[in-house]
Design a protein around this ligand. Sequence first.
Ligand code: 3PY
Ligand code: MG
Length: 254
Amino acid sequence: SLPSLPDRLKAGIPALAAWCGLPEPAIPGVLAREAFDAVVVDMQHGAIDFAATVRAIPLIAAAGKPAMVRIPVGDFATASRILDAGASGVIAPMINTVEDAYRFAAVMKFPPVGERSWGPHGALSLTGLQPAEYFKIGNGLSVALAMIETQEALAIVDDILAVPGIDGIFIGPSDLSIGLSRGKELDPASTAVDAAIDHALARARSAGKFAGIYAATGDRASELARKGFHLVSIASDTGLLRAGAQMALKAARN
Ligand code: 3PY
Ligand code: MG
């Protein structure tokens, strides 16, 4: 059976996720065996395609970890297919209007909440559930996280959080930094971004929904986790490879 991502996010200890974009399903499979609480496959900025993402999901699940996928901007049809494959969560980038949030929720949840179409073949084999059972509890098995990463989204974060079927938000500090500075800088830990992060986190918590955020390093993740996030991503596959290579080279040349 699949580990429950909603239960893990409610645990009171932030879930720490690996972030993978290299076009090879074995990489999330390998990282899932480390002490991460979840693994995210990034189809927005990663080079990984749909077929490889779908192959990564059972590898992550086999390590006992929930698989999450970030879809490309506006590619809501893919969100549904990712759930069919057995993912436990989908992160949708650039949710900037209430309409975007409704469209995302629609593909993530079966009626009466949304309009998700039936066909969860991979999810049935991973969960071991019968179709009728999966239909009954499916909406609660996975989480829909709407990315808040623009000034527009920040201004309507309460409205996005209020959309039925949206389980929470996921903050993108880099795009937020670009947006809040009106294109003048990229500083995902600026004072302005930090204020926006605190605001969005507080709104999500007061709505009783989940809040996640992207961190590029373990140190930043530790700072953000202490603020009360349910989910913090740390360390991309590329970043880990480069850091590991640099560490080994440094040691070898010492
Ligand atoms: C951002 O910081 O904008 C993100 O989308 C995280 O990858
Ligand atoms: Mg972004």
